[in-house]
Write a protein that binds this ligand. Structure first.
Ligand SMILES: Cc1cc2nc3c(=O)[nH]c(=O)nc-3n(C[C@H](O)[C@H](O)[C@H](O)COP(=O)(O)OP(=O)(O)OC[C@H]3O[C@@H](n4cnc5c(N)ncnc54)[C@H](O)[C@@H]3O)c2cc1C
Length: 496
């Protein structure tokens, strides 16, 4: 392998690195970009279609994005923020489709987003949530019902075998999206590979990185190892993005930047039940989310999902969260142990002490039998038969552990960008709401690491062309929202 020198090095070939690479290429085609991926191909970890739920998270159906506060009042700000962030993604994907870079029908499809709940308490919550959200232009098209004939029309498979007096209600947004983030990643990278200033190194693992001074400029020296030959080499770059999914934390620790101190990771595995009966699959066309079980972490909110993967329709239920010590699906069982350092041990102990219930919950989940998993599914499908559903492994999530008050750690369920003070390194930790908001998250990386270029007239113009709402608020400006949404729904074939 030749010695490589580039302007930008992206570690990992998932949706995050692919999005950042595409934005940087559009903003400055002269930038020399190298992407390093340890596996045979890109998008084989969390971004691969069956490793995630493919929900275009917009706050339409995910009840955990509208939590109740200490007074029992429902807070909708997080749902508004996530919805606006997803609209940002839709705008970029729409512009890239119009440039002929993305092929619409192969990575995004319209699948209605529903929330369904049972019983009086959750029913009252859902109705209140609906009233609050519906009043905002972002959620104006949301519908609510507790009428069994409407529920029957919205989700016939879920209503089969349910007593007619069963207390149930639901909300629906017709223009929800199912996104194949694997296909999207592959299309972004396929286009970049045709460009002279982009190179992809697959089967190549980043094993270490360190900062050095070269002719008064700060450089990163990145040691890479060819997985088949074992040959190592060094890559020089002025900016590095650790978009390595679960593999980002160990690399961040290697970088030795002070901003990384105290961070740790709490890995959580995922599993689906996948339906093998075409006649059942054909009867359901929606993503239906409900409430998480008491004590369950937010990433195990159950949902019954229509998925469209490579032209085939599938029906998935889950995810079942579980205990693991691996940071990547194809990682090592020593990943967690290796991430324990003097600088984060206090954070890890703090989380261990305060989240013992979560650890117990996850261990219990791992040892569930097929019949116990079917029990959870029968809340959604009372008539479900065990032989019609098979277990499959989903991707890994590594939840962020960071220093809280008194240096003890706290567990975060969101996404965190960590940047070095000089802006020469950025890392992405965490996984929620994840791929759906990849564009907004990567714009934040650009803002923090390329602040002067982001102010330049040329970059501002390109950003406005790619993302028409860039620099303005879709939450506060209803007219802008209407214009933007109408355009993206039409170009991405999401209009109901
Ligand atoms: C069960 C589950 C359900 C989910 N559901 C949704 C959903 O419905 N909607 C949504 O928006 N998001 C969802 N997510 C989150 C989403 O999948 C992630 O946010 C997203 O895929 C992360 O992309 P990434 O590029 O950061 O990581 P990845 O796709 O994991 O890519 C990281 C890449 O880095 C490579 N790598 C790691 N270490 C190294 C190294 N040292 N050298 C070289 N390469 C390296 C890996 O091989 C991998 O290819 C879900 C996640 C899970 C696990």
């Amino acid at each position: 392998m030749a010695l490589i020198s580039c302007n930008v090095c992206l570690v990992g070939g998932g949706i995050m690195s692919a999005t950042l690479a595409m934005l940087l290429h559009q903003l400055d085609p002269a930038l020399q970009i190298t992407m390093v991926e340890q596996l045979d191909d890109v998008a084989l970890e969390s971004s691969d279609a069956l490793n995630n739920a493919g929900t275009g998270h917009a706050g339409y159906c995910e009840l955990n994005y509208t939590p109740s506060d200490a007074h029992g009042d429902i807070q909708i700000q997080r749902a508004l923020d996530i919805n606006a962030a997803f609209e940002t993604s839709l705008q970029l994907w729409s512009s890239l489709s119009q440039q002929g870079i993305l092929e619409v029908g192969s990575f995004i499809q319209r699948v209605p987003h529903l929330s369904a709940v049972w019983g009086a308490r959750d029913g009252a919550f859902l109705k209140k949530r609906y009233q609050l959200l519906k009043a905002h232009p972002l959620f104006a098209s949301m519908e609510w019902t507790d009428q069994s004939h409407t529920l029957q029309a919205w989700m016939p498979l879920m209503m089969a075998g349910r007593p007619s007096n069963h207390s149930m209600s639901a909300t629906r947004v017709l223009h929800g999206a199912d996104v194949n983030f694997g296909a999207l990643t592959r299309q972004l990278i396929a286009y970049l590979r045709q460009q002279p200033n982009f190179q992809l190194l697959t089967h190549t693992k980043v094993v270490s990185l360190k900062q050095s001074q070269l002719k008064q400029a700060t450089q990163w020296q990145i040691k890479v190892k060819q997985q088949t030959s074992g040959q190592t080499d060094t890559l020089h770059t002025s900016f590095v993005f650790l978009g390595a999914g679960g593999g980002a934390l160990p690399l961040l620790q290697q970088s030795n930047i002070p901003e990384a101190q105290g961070y740790g990771g709490f890995p959580v595995s995922g599993q689906w039940l996948i339906c093998n009966r075409p006649d059942l699959i054909a009867q359901h066309h929606a993503k239906v989310y409900s409430q998480a079980a008491v004590g369950a972490p937010p990433m195990s909110v159950p949902h019954l999902d229509t998925r469209l993967i490579q032209g085939k329709t599938a029906l998935l239920f889950g995810p079942y969260a579980g205990f693991t010590t691996r940071f990547l699906k194809q990682g090592s069982r020593f990943d967690f142990a290796k991430s324990v350092k003097l600088k984060n041990i206090k954070s890890l102990i703090g989380v261990g002490k305060h989240h013992l219930d979560l650890t117990k919950y996850l261990i219990k989940e791992v040892f569930q039998t097929h019949e116990q998993r079917m029990h959870a599914l029968r809340q959604f499908l009372p008539d479900a038969n065990a032989q019609d559903w098979q277990l499959a492994q989903a991707g890994q999530r590594v939840q962020v552990i960071k220093r809280g008050q008194g240096q003890w750690g706290k567990l975060e369920f969101g996404t965190e960008i960590i940047t070095s003070q000089d802006g020469s390194l950025a890392a992405l930790l965490g996984a929620s709401p994840g791929a759906s908001v990849s564009v907004k998250v990567m714009l934040d990386v650009l803002q923090r690491c390329f602040p002067s270029q982001m102010q330049s007239a040329q970059w501002q113009h390109t950003l406005k062309t790619l993302i028409p709402s860039y620099g303005e608020s879709l939450i506060d400006d209803a007219a802008l929202l209407q214009r933007v949404r109408q355009h993206t729904l039409n170009t991405l074939n999401l209009a109901a």
